[in-house]
Design a protein around this ligand. Structure first.
Ligand SMILES: [Zn+2]
Length: 237
């Protein structure tokens, strides 16, 4: 039992140090990920909007050319008004002129609408491009910082991971599962030294009889309040 306790204590020490190393890197890994995702999102949006711009340009070319044709036709019909000889011909021509006029107005409105959409999209694409540029710069710097921070702790972290594997293989699966469950529930603490007659994790007072037993460091004793494994650390008190 004593051996299991000592292994659990050592495992907790290793995990505490790994936690510290991860803390040292801070939010850099998240920052890098967020920047990457943001750049991807903006790039995708720009590609979507750019293809809509191309679509609008092609529409605009079509409408403009139809409008020019109709404007010419309209002028032609107007010229013909002076040449017709019967009322019937005159009325038919007027009706044609009306239709042409409406068509030209419709085209003009469509052109205004499409030009406006195009301008808005172009502005959006441009502003996205600026954002992508500045995010890419940020990403480059954050990546450099992260890789520097990783290279500083890489050797120690590898060593810790290796030692962790060693200890895990020595600990019975049930205790290990218990340890991991506690660690998950208690913010990374599954094994804690007692401190001033209290649990070092939840700070609740422990009965004197438990303290005597814990000080022997012979048995696995759980805190009655929070459940972590307790042990006695000489230099702590
Ligand atoms: Zn406790």
């Amino acid at each position: 039992m004593k051996a299991i306790l000592l292994n659990l204590i050592e495992l907790q020490r290793i995990d505490n140090r790994i936690f510290e190393l991860v803390e040292l890197r801070g939010d850099l890994p998240f920052k890098v990920q967020n920047l990457q995702e943001n750049i991807e999102k903006l790039t995708e949006e720009n590609s979507e909007k750019s293809s809509r711009i191309s679509e609008l340009e092609s529409e605009l070319r079509g409408i403009t050319s139809r409008m020019e044709d109709n404007t010419i036709k309209l002028k032609h019909y107007k010229d013909q008004l002076y040449l017709v000889t019967t009322n019937k011909e005159y009325d038919a021509l007027l009706s044609e002129i009306d239709t042409m006029k409406n068509s030209v107005i419709e085209s003009e409105n469509k052109i205004i609408e499409f030009e406006q959409e195009k301008t808005e999209l172009q502005e959006l694409v441009k502003s996205n491009e600026l954002k992508i540029e500045s995010s890419s710069e940020d990403l480059k710097n954050s990546k450099e910082e992260l890789s520097k921070s990783l290279s500083e702790t890489e050797v120690e972290e590898k060593d810790l991971t290796k030692r962790r594997k060693g200890f895990i293989s020595k600990i019975d699966a049930n205790y290990l599962a218990n340890y991991e469950k506690l660690k998950e529930a208690r913010d990374g603490i599954a094994v804690s030294p007692i401190s001033r007659s209290s649990c070092g994790s939840c700070y609740n007072f422990l009965p004197p009889q438990s303290i005597i037993e814990i000080k022997r460091n012979n048995n696995l004793i759980n805190c009655p309040s929070c459940g972590v494994f307790l042990f006695w650390e000489e230099e702590e008190e």
